[in-house]
Write a protein that binds this ligand. Structure first.
Ligand SMILES: Cc1cc2nc3c(=O)[nH]c(=O)nc-3n(C[C@H](O)[C@H](O)[C@H](O)COP(=O)(O)OP(=O)(O)OC[C@H]3O[C@@H](n4cnc5c(N)ncnc54)[C@H](O)[C@@H]3O)c2cc1C
Length: 504
């Protein structure tokens, strides 16, 4: 019942978006496969389908392909040739069971198993398409089970896939959002779309539709409904839940929808994501495991977790719309001379010296997201925090640093720094999402099913349009890079399934 209500709310929110498209003359294209959404998963699916000899149309809402896939730094796999070279011993079966446990088995186990099994083949397949992995690594210094395969450059995968797709003869329609699924004789038989360049309706008739619209982290109503807050969306816009809405209109159901891939808190700056962008040295402060306080000036979690940003985000989400980090001049000096304590994505490395930080702090003060004071009272007043609480939190942290032991939450000694050397600083931030997690229910072959587990013939959902992959949080700690990797692997698996059906 609860799920039903959620579906009704979801389709109502999404219906409003569709009203914007007027009915016009029809352009009709006949194809075997139509892929809706040209991001990480969609471009891979489209290239795979066209290379397999299926006449394929790729619809993309934006004026460029790639979606959030233009931002991804690295993808997950187990038992890849890169891992073998690096001496990683982790096996596919071990990883599968670790994932099940991490997500408390609130996952579609056959799907996750299929994904992990496909992952090493995909690493090779991507390499064979000219995208040469730089290395396999982890953000944790002591981790041996490395899974994060780093791309040669931002956007390299979707660019290579788009090229492979069009070179093989595929039809790419940019600025042409898919709007509605077409049903005929009990199966999905195509998509209605709208070409925003030519201002005309486009009907693509196809035996198979692959939904790859990247979930809904840019749909503020839905994000607020599932998290209670309007989290700041990062990466390419356009990911407003269209694929999930279209699938639900033909009987699909959500599979544990609601969790988000929340990348921790950052000061919201237009066009900047994670620690990439002109202010990266300032934004990297959010990943240094220093004192965090809530709007009342109270410490609220073990900041050591900031490296494991999905779980840190869960703690920060509880503390209100804004979160605040508090530090002193000694920390600024230390980061400038000895370097960062933690990396931030692959953009700031552990030990990298924060040369630009003092200038960025000054710019942040002018912009209004950094506050500075000669006393804790002064900085608390400027940041709008309770001075008494902040004084206590700073004094506690100074004591913990001196004694080398965090009596409150047990933060590792490596991160313990006092807040005692003026001037004092407060930097405020909001939680940022990279994507939504979990869409509609699918089989291990990515076929969309209805509420009774019956396959909706002809319909597939991949990437963040598919559900059953995550429990309540992103699984960074045990599988760095699963979001992009699931998108890519699910695209390949869906096409492999279509090819197998066509051979019958
Ligand atoms: C800053 C940033 C860094 C990231 N780093 C990593 C990383 O290092 N490792 C990792 O695993 N993941 C990372 N991710 C997440 C990763 O990018 C996503 O998991 C991945 O891109 C998901 O692929 P997708 O195909 O589901 O969606 P996307 O790649 O987002 O593609 C969806 C596409 O669908 C289009 N679309 C939407 N609606 C329609 C419609 N109606 N019709 C047609 N097209 C439509 C969108 O415009 C978009 O192009 C990162 C994300 C961000 C934002």
């Amino acid at each position: 019942m609860k799920q039903m209500k959620a579906v009704v709310q979801f389709t109502a929110v999404m219906a409003a978006a569709c009203m914007a498209f007027p009915a016009m003359a029809d352009r009709v294209i006949d194809a075997d496969v139509v892929v809706v959404g040209g991001g990480a998963g969609g471009t891979v699916a489209a290239a795979s389908a066209q290379e397999a000899g299926l006449k394929t149309v790729l619809l993309e809402k934006n004026g460029y392909t790639g979606g959030a896939g233009n931002f991804m730094e690295g993808s997950f796999a187990v038992e890849s040739f890169m891992q073998k070279k690096a001496g990683v011993k982790l096996t596919k079966l071990e990883e599968f069971n670790r994932m099940g446990e991490y997500h408390h088995w609130r996952i579609n186990a056959p799907l996750v198993k299929r994904f992990i099994d496909e992952s090493p083949k995909t690493i090779q397949w991507v390499w064979d398409h000219g995208v040469h992995w730089k290395e396999v690594k982890s953000v944790w210094a002591d981790k041996k089970d490395l899974t994060w395969h780093i791309y040669p450059a931002a956007g390299s995968l979707p660019a290579a896939m788009t090229k492979a797709f069009t070179k093989a003869g595929g039809t790419l329609l940019l600025q042409t959002p898919g709007q509605k699924l077409i049903t005929k004789n009990g199966r999905i038989s195509g998509v209605e779309a709208y070409d925003n360049v030519k201002k005309e309706k486009v009907t693509v008739n196809a035996k198979y539709v692959i939904l790859a619209t990247g979930g809904y982290n840019f749909n503020m109503d839905l994000v607020k409904k599932s998290t209670g807050q309007e989290l700041v969306p990062s990466g390419a816009p356009g990911r407003t839940g269209d694929g999930i809405r279209m699938a639900m209109e033909v009987g699909a159901v959500g599979d544990n929808m609601g969790p988000m891939m929340i990348n921790g808190a950052f000061n919201p700056l237009e066009g900047e994501a994670i620690c990439n962008g002109p202010n990266k040295e300032l934004r990297a402060l959010f990943r240094q495991s220093q004192l965090y306080v809530d709007a009342a000036g109270n410490r609220f979690f073990n900041e050591q977790l900031t490296l494991d940003w999905p779980v840190a985000s869960n703690a920060i989400l509880r503390s209100g719309e804004w979160t605040y980090i508090v530090f002193d001049q000694a920390l600024v000096d230390e980061l400038g001379t000895k370097g960062y304590l933690n990396p931030c994505g692959n953009f700031i490395q552990r030990g990298q010296k924060a040369k630009e930080l003092p200038a960025m702090i000054e710019a942040g003060i002018k912009r209004g997201d950094v506050f500075k004071g000669d006393t804790i009272e002064e900085v608390a007043k400027k940041a709008g925090l309770n001075a008494e609480n902040l004084k206590r939190a700073a004094a506690d942290m100074t004591k913990f640093a001196k004694q080398g032991r965090d009596d409150q939450f047990g933060k590792d000694k490596y991160y313990l720094r006092g807040v005692s050397k003026a001037p004092f600083y407060v930097l405020r931030g909001k939680l940022h999402t990279l994507a939504s997690l979990n869409g509609v229910k699918v089989t291990e072959n990515l076929q969309v099913v209805d509420a009774h587990e019956n396959v909706i013939p002809g319909l597939y959902a991949i990437g963040h349009d598919a559900g059953g992959v995550y429990g309540d949080s992103y699984d960074l700690r045990i599988g760095e890079g699963t979001a992009s990797s699931f998108a890519i692997n699910s695209g390949r698996i869906a096409v492999e399934h279509i090819v197998s059906l066509e051979k019958k």
